[in-house]
Write a protein that binds this ligand. Sequence first.
Ligand SMILES: Cc1cc2nc3c(=O)[nH]c(=O)nc-3n(C[C@H](O)[C@H](O)[C@H](O)COP(=O)(O)OP(=O)(O)OC[C@H]3O[C@@H](n4cnc5c(N)ncnc54)[C@H](O)[C@@H]3O)c2cc1C
Length: 300
Amino acid sequence: ALPICLAGDAAPRVCGTVQVERDAGKSAALAGTLETLAFPPDWVRQVDRDEASALAGLPLARGGVFFSQGMLVQPNRLIDALLETAGVTLLPGKAARVEPAGQGWRVLDEQGAEWVQAQVVILANAAGARDVLAGSGLLDPLPRVAQMHALTGEVTLVPAAALSGGPRCIVGGEGYLLPDVGEGCVVGSTYVHDATEARVSADGQRVTLAKAAGLLSGHFPDFEALVPGSLPGWAGWRAVLPGRLPAVGELQHARGVWLAVGYASRGLSWSALMGDLIAARLAGEPSPLETDLAQLISPR
Ligand SMILES: Cc1cc2nc3c(=O)[nH]c(=O)nc-3n(C[C@H](O)[C@H](O)[C@H](O)COP(=O)(O)OP(=O)(O)OC[C@H]3O[C@@H](n4cnc5c(N)ncnc54)[C@H](O)[C@@H]3O)c2cc1C
């Protein structure tokens, strides 16, 4: 594989993550879980409320666990940089279906014109993959993938000044609050079922601001004065499969066609690991995933 050098804002930044426990008084159970799983403490450790607050640089509602290697990513910067990597060619358009061609497959657009031909085609278009598979007559043997649905939601950008400069590390729990990346602190997120469009809304911002408030303790008058509906934000879709695990791998009934979809709420973590998995299989290298885990996410 070619080494990829991500510079500046495109590179994930290690800032650590405090995961605030959901309910106060769960510390004993949490300590037991960490002890049972025996993770190294420099990877994850329990923190009480004072330590969690010191790490975040803001008073937090509860203690929890601290992942010192938690990373903050700016997806738009990362994606732009990845698209400029040597070997990547961008051909904008919409794929309608795939069909066998020579030793591999051709991808056709909605007019039925050939878009591209390749030995290996990886459908990585979230819930859109269902339509491409159906249009190609490949969906029937995949009942789990057929149940993939699109779930919308939004995040809100809060001016850092309203939160004394914002947290120093990622604060997660029931929702999340992220360090300022220059445009404000991202707070999220909402889950809207049966929506027909993804959009930023006053109702959504009421939810995201309430989730952020639930992670904090103490008073932030400028934060409390923010008006839902008046803030910048972003809305998008999550592709969700039953069990919230993705569907990744080669189709057994169409060799050469691969899926990499269904990352639900965790696309940034899943996509890097799944990229590794797909590359390892294509290159005949050992899998980065154990067999039983690989089985759980195999397209079916
Ligand atoms: C509000 C919100 C907050 C989130 N927060 C986080 C977070 O903090 N951390 C995290 O890891 N994840 C988060 N996620 C989830 C994350 O956004 C997704 O997991 C991730 O975007 C999935 O990546 P993807 O490339 O598989 O799909 P997408 O990002 O949905 O991209 C799929 C692309 O395929 C294109 N496409 C679809 N059909 C076709 C077709 N037929 N032909 C060509 N192109 C097609 C679409 O236009 C789209 O550009 C969040 C999601 C939402 C909605």
